[in-house]
Design a protein around this ligand. Structure first.
Ligand code: ADP
Ligand code: MG
Length: 362
């Protein structure tokens, strides 16, 4: 954007001025794009005979994001990651991005530039190219719609419906960090704990970063697809309990999770102990970790362990797929078992179900 002295308003810049700016600044394209922003449609080269993945997300101000707590960069970044993570969960390589925005008159071109900066920061790391979109005015808040394509270049796509009783349940990375990071952000302005107490500053930074700048597990997803190691997979956007329930529903199975096996970062543990909360609860209910959950047949366990070690991936076994009648249960450290219910955002009720209210039912 031009310097603030000469910064034009959206109405002066106009729809086409804005598109020209976005094209110049973000529309850099590589060899798979024959036509990017500027024509009636984009033209891309599709991998011959290979599956093409398509995903889209609509983000609505006041429902999915709140401009009083997130910056435009944050919103763009997270919107991109949500879609990148969906491609990761299918085992694909993300390719081409389309972005439609409806902009209220109170927003400036600089705001939209920031939104795209966040988007493209997440996308460039994975070689994704912005090839088009749509632009409109809005009379009620900002709307951002993201469409992302991906390709499966080798192996087979990872779907939610292939888990069978006896399969082992794995996750990538650590769980619960994002929810802890969100709680830290929401607690602003923060009082500094007395020296030697509280969550160390480097842990706070780690958790907040895990919330604001999560990494979609693209290489791990591709690895699982290429080696045909997963019977089912999903990305953890709504929280382990809810997302595992999707896999179980679609696969027609139940599952048993070992609470003591859930991978927790030292930062998440420190946060939980400072705030008198159970880190297992953060791991089970926390959304937006953008880790992958996948299931593996026991006969592939040794191969997975060997190949993952060689590739340097952190996969943690957290439980076992059971027959459907078993339901969804978590075995706690003290040997007792609880039924898992789904916690997460309830859309048409405009609230987040509190973990306390929803997680446990006997
Ligand atoms: P049409 O009338 O055919 O929809 P537009 O004038 O809306 O064409 O768009 C012109 C070009 O600019 C198209 O290539 C379109 O994909 C691209 N474009 C429009 N809005 C955006 C946006 N917000 N982000 C990226 N590309 C955009
Ligand atoms: Mg258009």
């Amino acid at each position: 954007m031009p310097s603030s002295a000469s910064r034009p308003s959206l109405s002066r810049l106009g729809e086409f001025g804005l598109i020209r700016h976005l094209r110049r600044r973000f529309g850099r394209i590589g060899p798979s794009v024959l036509r990017g922003i500027g024509d009636d449609t984009a033209i891309v080269r599709a991998p011959a005979g290979r599956p093409l993945l398509l995903t889209t997300d609509l983000l609505v101000e006041g429902i999915h994001f709140d401009l009083s707590t997130a910056t435009f960069e944050d919103i763009g970044y997270k919107a991109a990651v949500a879609n990148l993570s969906d491609i990761a969960a299918m085992g694909g390589r993300p390719r081409h991005l389309l972005v439609a925005v409806a902009i209220p008159p109170t927003r400036t071109p600089e705001d939209i530039d920031r939104l795209y900066r966040g988007l493209m920061q997440a996308c460039r790391r994975h070689g994704v190219e912005l090839v088009g979109g749509d632009t409109s005015a809005s009379r009620s808040g900002l709307f951002v719609s993201i469409t992302l394509t991906g390709s499966i270049e080798a192996g087979r796509p990872l779907t939610r419906d292939g888990a069978g009783a006896g399969d082992l349940v794995y996750v990538t990375g650590t769980l619960g960090d994002s929810l802890a990071g969100l709680a830290l952000l929401a607690g602003r302005p923060r009082r500094r704990p007395a020296a030697g107490t509280g969550t160390p500053e480097r842990y706070r930074r780690f958790l907040i970063r895990r919330h604001l700048r999560p990494s979609p597990r693209i290489p791990e997803g591709r690895f699982l697809a290429v080696h045909r190691l997963a019977t089912a997979a999903i990305d953890l956007s709504d929280g382990l309990s809810g997302d595992l329930a999707h896999v179980c529903e679609q696969s027609g199975v139940g599952a048993e999770i070992e609470a003591s096996d859930l991978p927790l970062s030292p930062a998440c543990r420190a946060y939980a102990s400072e705030h008198g909360t159970d880190p297992v609860r953060l791991a089970l209910t926390g959304g937006e970790d953008y880790e992958l959950l996948f299931t593996v047949s026991p006969r592939n366990h040794a191969t997975l362990t060997r190949l993952a070690r060689r590739a340097g991936y952190r996969f943690t076994r957290i439980g076992t797929i059971r027959p459907r009648g078993f339901g969804l249960r978590v075995k706690l450290g003290n040997g007792t078992t609880r039924r898992l219910t789904i916690a997460g955002y309830v859309h048409f009720q405009r609230r987040r179900v509190a973990p306390e209210e929803a997680l446990w039912s006997r």
